[in-house]
Design a protein around this ligand. Structure first.
Ligand code: LLP
Length: 439
């Protein structure tokens, strides 16, 4: 059974499926909101990513409402999907931004997020990225080590600024989620300040005239189908916040990170009330403002990858459906053994058990294996669901295949928000002639 599905059985995990699914079949053919997928495919070709604006708004609003019991800020994590058109939808809702690199900072600012609505985390920030963030005047830099703190301090001093920081701590809790690669808050993970080092790093932050220790932050993992890691992490962070406030730390923010799950198969939607029941009272009791950094929860289910079947090929007992999208468009199945539901846009009425694969020269290039699903013949369109998060942003151009376009749907209208990469785009950065320099 795919790991993502096994993980659903976690402690106190999911509740009522209150959130609507944005892709529905009408008159025998799949629509995104009011737009038939076949029509979009005809105009933009395949493969293509499609996103529902209604689903984006709905997720954002549901989370915002769930957290209403405490002053809070939702900083959407751009790493899940950083397309400008999609960011603008979220920004218009009042959402803020969480970035992880100088590139994402640029994307957030270009999408119109004011710098003071941006927080910046990441385990390996370069000095120039730290400087750019300080110059821009972002809300918080989430510092992940003593060594990084020293660089932030130097850069703040050089700029004559006081850097507002949060300490991202590793609460070292048990995280049982879908895949070991997306657990982050356990002992020995590279992320966050090791729990035992936090007092020293905090002391240094508190005594520096160039640093303002404004928050504490954790991010325990992604696709957290059990709420237990939040519960354990919040408990530890609360103790720490109390201890630091007793030492005079001017804390304002308590950042519980991202990690709320999306539905990939038949799971229920995460129970936002249960999640809020963990974070809201804790942060309210501390008198702090809550920050959350959701990525996947906000965007995953709004998106589907549309692909066309090129060939059917039975080989050695496996029935292959060869599509024009594969691991280069959606890496998650081959990288995390992740399950993504796949359906025919216009089903033929029967099913078959197949491997859905792409054109990449890798045996590990697949979207689904040994899957009983709608029968699909050459020329048919398939929708690969829950592809709005960690889909396009992880796309590769391996085998020199240009990246797919991204399309936003809003009611009965749609727009290309990222055009299809051209073959010229693929070679744009290469020198036409090799210009040697002596070195
Ligand atoms: N904050 C921090 C510090 C993070 O590291 C992450 C995700 C998030 C927030 C957002 O997490 P979310 O709400 O999306 O779970 N490529 C993987 C997921 C990697 C997540 C990395 N960090 C996947 O496709 O499953």
């Amino acid at each position: 059974m795919p790991l993502l599905r096994q993980a659903v059985a976690g402690r106190g995990c999911v509740g009522a499926g209150i959130l609507a699914r944005p892709f529905e079949r009408r008159h025998g053919t799949l629509h995104c909101e009011g737009v038939p997928l076949e029509g979009i495919a005809e105009v933009v070709g395949t493969p293509a990513y499609l996103y529902s604006t209604a689903a984006l708004r709905e997720r954002y609003r549901a989370l915002d409402a769930a957290l209403a019991g405490v002053p809070h800020r939702i900083h959407y994590s751009l790493k899940a999907n950083s397309s400008r058109g999609l960011l603008q939808v979220l920004r218009a809702e009042g959402c803020r931004a969480d970035v992880v690199s100088g590139g994402e900072l640029l994307r957030a600012l270009r999408a119109g997020f004011p710098a003071e609505h941006v927080i910046y985390g990441g385990v390996g920030k370069r000095r120039d990225e730290i400087r750019a963030a300080l110059e821009a005047g972002i809300l918080l830099l989430n510092v992940e080590s003593a060594a990084e703190l020293a660089i932030v301090e130097e850069e703040a001093r050089a700029l004559g600024r006081r850097a507002r920081i949060a300490l991202r701590v590793n609460p070292e809790v048990h995280v049982a989620n879908a895949h070991e690669f997306i657990a982050t808050g356990s002992r020995g993970h590279k992320f966050g300040i090791p729990w035992g080092d936090v007092p020293d790093v905090a002391s240094r932050a508190l005594t520096s005239p160039h640093l303002e220790l404004a928050g504490l932050d954790m991010h325990v993992g992604s696709q957290l189908t059990s709420l237990a890691p939040y519960q354990d992490g919040v408990r530890r962070l609360t103790e720490l916040a109390r201890a630091l406030m007793a030492r005079g730390a001017p804390l304002q923010f308590f950042d519980a990170g991202g990690g709320l799950p999306a539905r990939y198969d038949a799971e229920e939607a995460p129970d936002l009330a249960l999640f809020a029941g963990i974070v809201v009272p804790a942060v309210r009791a501390l008198g702090l403002e809550l920050i959350v950094e959701p990525g996947r929860f906000v965007v995953a289910e709004s998106g589907a990858l549309l692909t066309r079947v090129l060939y059917r090929k039975p080989s050695g007992g496996t029935d292959f459906v060869i599509c024009d999208a594969g691991m280069s468009e959606l890496l998650r199945p081959s990288h995390y053994d992740a399950y993504h539901r796949i359906e025919a846009v216009r089903p033929r009425g029967d099913t078959s058990t197949v491997d859905v694969v792409g054109p990449i020269c890798e045996t590990g290039d697949f979207l689904a294996r040994d899957r009983q699903m709608d029968d699909a013949q050459p020329g048919d369109l398939l929708a690969v669901h829950t592809a709005g998060a960690y889909g396009y942003v992880m796309a590769l151009t391996y085998n020199s295949r240009p990246r797919a376009p991204e399309v936003l749907v809003d009611g009965t209208r749609w727009a290309v928000i990222t055009r299809r990469e051209s073959l010229d785009d693929l070679v744009r950065l290469e020198a036409e002639t090799v210009e040697w320099v002596e070195g």
